[in-house]
Design a protein. Sequence first.
Length: 465
Amino acid sequence: MRRVADKCIAYMVAVVTGVAVADLPRLDSSQFEYKYEMNALPTAEDIDNSGANDFTGSGDWTTIESGALKMDMTAGAKYLVSDKAVGTAGDAWIKMGATSATGGTGYTIETILKIDSSVSGATYVMNLQASTDDSSIYNASLNFKTNGIYWGNTLLTNLDATVWHAYRIVREGSGEANKFSVYVDGILVKDGLGSGLSANINRVIIGSPGASDYKGKATVAYLRFCKGAYAPPKATKKWSGDFLVKYEMDAGDTRFVGATAGGTDWWGKIGTGAVVSQDGILSVTAEHADAWWRGSNAVWSASIGVDTAYTVEFKLKVNRRWSGTQSNRDLAFQLWAGNPRDEAVFYIGANNVYWEPNGIGSIRCLSSAINIGEWHTYRLTYSGASQSGQPYVYTLWLDDSIIGTALKGTTQYNSTLSGDINFIRFGIPSSTTVGGSFDLDYLRWTTDGAWDYRDQPKGLIISFR
């Protein structure tokens, strides 16, 4: 079955003494002083060039794959630790001046990892912690499950931790700023956090320090830390493989069932002219018949508000143009995405891409291309209220190029519509206006921003912007 390889894309950041989180300086972790890139086993790593390895601990570190460390903690008690006196093996954390750093400028720790499996009965899979021997200073403790991360035992956010994410812990300094912030993939998850664990020992740990509470398997791409509090660089691009919602058009995926236009998350209208192949392709051959799917409220409108910035991407191949009387419109596929106030409607034809700003009579061409028989990636972004200067506008992408920007929706700018427009729909919604045949590889969307297009990474790639 067609599936992409594991990936790792990160955009990270940190923080400074007594400064609001939004005003913290930003630093890419590639500039951190101490970096363990997982290119060598822990017992052979010397990240500060002192002549001695900087990580000790329990575990059989036997597998390095493509610059990543495979950690098998199913029996617990396997971890990396830097906690030794300066000048000895395992001294990187102490050498950084962890105690003095936490008492003043703060510190920043970042890792990229994915959870591979958990063990039934264990509370967590693994842990990232940092502490000092000063009881007046708060300690960091980020715990991982397959479906979420925790600060100590308090849930921070639910997420699919079985795919690559970049996690950053920032200790913001002393005094009133004696707090922590946690970022995931460059996005602030929570700030103002107090101590995550009680400990009076100067060390940093990643792995499974408790045999009963922490068990499972994980793959770690790197562990980096530095003195000073820094927020991650701002990310502008995102690969759709990291989007929150992904429909890969798999025949065995019960969330999307093409032939019956039904599944857990979809309903619609379709006859026999739609087949989902074992290769994960939805093929629609309806020439003059409706063939469309609409996302249920649980997967679309529940998370899309008036001010929500979102991105929708799909990969499409037009096989045959519609032969109807309005063939000049060249309409073979429609995507409709709405929020409680506005809606985006655009069409893919055999030779053109169209945007519908004010109804079916006002379609205008944005791009001229030969689409028949060729796969193309289309992306729609909606800025919501989050982008200053251009709020509430749409942008269209064809592959890696913008073909329409600052577009208005089907309603007037900032107007309010009554009725049900808050849904997503794709396919051939009307046999009188749209027709032909197409293949659809995937449909993906995310509600965490209006993201610029990014190509699929090749294998395990760590890149910074």
